[in-house]
Design a protein around this ligand. Sequence first.
Ligand SMILES: [Zn+2]
Length: 375
Amino acid sequence: MTVTKKKLRLKGPYVLILKIIGGIAIIFLAVFLFYEHEIAEIMALNYSKLASKNILFSLKKDYVLSVGENATLNAAFESNSLKEEYLDNYTKIKYQKQKNLIRNINILLNKGYRVDEISLILEHGNSKDVSDFAKRDKVKYLEEFYTIDYAKLKYYDRYVAYSYETGEDEATTVLSVNLNMDKADYEDAVLVKDFSYDMLVNKHRYLSKDFEPDLVNISEDYAVEKGMKAERAALNAFIEMYKAAKKDDCNLVITSSYRSYQEQEEITETYRELYGDSYVEKYVAKPGFSEHQTGLAFDVGSQTSNIFVNSKEYTWMQENAYKYGFIYRFPKKYENITGFRNEAWHYRYVGKKMAKKIYDDDITLEEYYALYLDK
Ligand SMILES: [Zn+2]
């Protein structure tokens, strides 16, 4: 009995060490639990774990709690670029998911931009645009252009130059430059690679030589001659429209539809021989720049009248084409936007929803593109 008792009893110093270790462990646990609790309190306001940790260690917890949820502040505490003297500014700048966000904000604040101006800057470009913009001297006309939704930060100089040269208002300036209309026709044009029903092809946006949509043959019932082709869905929509027109005693006919790059080339040459260079420059789209190559464009005629614009079919198309997904592509009043003179016969398939929007808002395909598609 006594032997066993002796074995179990630990000697004085060991007990003390164990007690100390136990004590330290309890302190660590308490600190850990306290830390976890503090972090959780910050994270409850949607701050990341990293940001919350940095907030806690920089002793800014109370400040952050008083601000509440704030994505820009969160980004600041996640970033190495954070400057304590700018904390209040960060909270007032609209967050954007961008690389170097805080670094760029610091630079812009240094240059003397206000927080609302910085929000505008961040909103109208990507990380690269903002980084580039941050490198330049403070600009003069920020609100003038960037309170317009679709204005692009990277075009600042072109906006200033265009509005100076033309005297146009800011909205027109932004629209025109976004559509490359500050450049001459065919100059620095953008290559359109992919087919889509909302694609935009004009004197600033072109198709490659081998671009070809999903083509089908057009039956002679709907066209002036054999062998014409059009894009599949566009032709189906045309046939639906053709039948509806017929019910209203209107007889439509397709006079021209899909034209390949090579065919456009031939047309250009024919017109050049007939009417000369300046006519071609003005009225005939260069190969690649014709909407007819998309397979979505139709020149429409009347089976009863030679002059389409005077026919009842023209009037019918003006009132009804949009219901079948077609838009009147080159109205007289918008020649300056489309870049093409009025063509009473030229219709373009875009799909019903988009056609209705363009019809209701009385805008061009160019404007639709700039407002809704060019992000
Ligand atoms: Zn046409």
